[in-house]
Design a protein around this ligand. Sequence first.
Ligand code: HEM
Length: 355
Amino acid sequence: MRVDRLPLLALSIGLLLAALWAGLIRLGWAWPPLVAPLPMAHGPLMVGGFLGTVIGLERAIALGRRWGYSAPLFAGLGALLTALGIVPWGPLILALGSLGLAATTIVVVRIHPATHTIVLALAATTWLVGNLLWLFGQMIPQVVVWWIGFLVLTIAGERLELSRFLRPPAWVRWTFVAVVAVMLAGMALAAVSYPLGMRVSGLGWLLLAAWLLRVDIARRRVRVGGQARFMALALLAGYFWLGAAGIMAMIYGGIMAGPRYDALLHSVFLGFVLSMIFAHALIIFPVVLGAALPYHPRFYVHLGLLHATLVLRVAGDLLPWWPGRLWGGTLNVIVVLLFLANTVTSLRRRPSLPA
Ligand code: HEM
């Protein structure tokens, strides 16, 4: 077990728990916020604090250079200071974390130039741009399209890397590049006209979902059974939500608050991103911790409940039907806790993997 990596992992899990509490208060529960700025820090805590730290840690391990760890460290610290209301230091340090991740991914491109490494570098740069816009005064709903771009492009790059093993024909790569170009154009347009930028981004997410459903290895792995089927189903369900979010973004454009905003954001963040995490946890945790995480059929409980409770929340948002949104969102939190419990109790010691 790589105990030296535990502090950063613990920091990211701690920030996730704080983000969940903040999310419950944002849903409408009149519970104490612990510190006054916490509810408004829900987004930065989730995207930068939790996911930025985990992704930064994974990249630092892959790069194998000590300075690479500055990215997850700064991302985590920046999110923590933001939650404590220490501004502008929190957003500034968070931006430094994304700068560190951009530097890490650019070094990887220089070592191994390929479409997927370039997309991962673009993803980190997208996060950096979003964080800089936020640091210089844009509101979170105006920069969230960049934060979504960071996570969607990161996952897209990783899936492209895996699809290489199927030796795809040239059109597969070119259509992927075209889809990424649509997403980048959407983000750039958002700086000029947010509704238009959001709609073009939404088109990009929809096209990416279609590309993944058509090309990704997941479709073939469903029939294999065991861990492969579990991962494939988590991926396919995630692609469905990405497409749904794309359609919502095209319809609602620059929505910046309220139930439709909630539905759009969490279709991506919970339906797509979290489902990807559920799938990839079986690979990421062993690499990060040097411990084994054997697949267990009970993982279907957190996977199934994630999607069922999200359907309830999004239906509640769109109808609108307040109890559906409130209870769907609350159950989303319980599902994340269940995922953590299932994962921690399944971890097994084994000789450390090489870094
Ligand atoms: C697990 C349960 C979650 C709950 C209960 C929750 C709750 C909420 C609520 C109620 C809002 C406000 C929506 C509105 O203005 O109407 C919100 C916004 C947001 N959420 Fe979540 N959320 C959850 C998960 C996530 C995840 C996993 C992410 C990212 C990975 C995320 C990122 C965001 C962001 C970026 C915003 C926009 C923040 C802002 O505009 O200030 N959420 N969330």
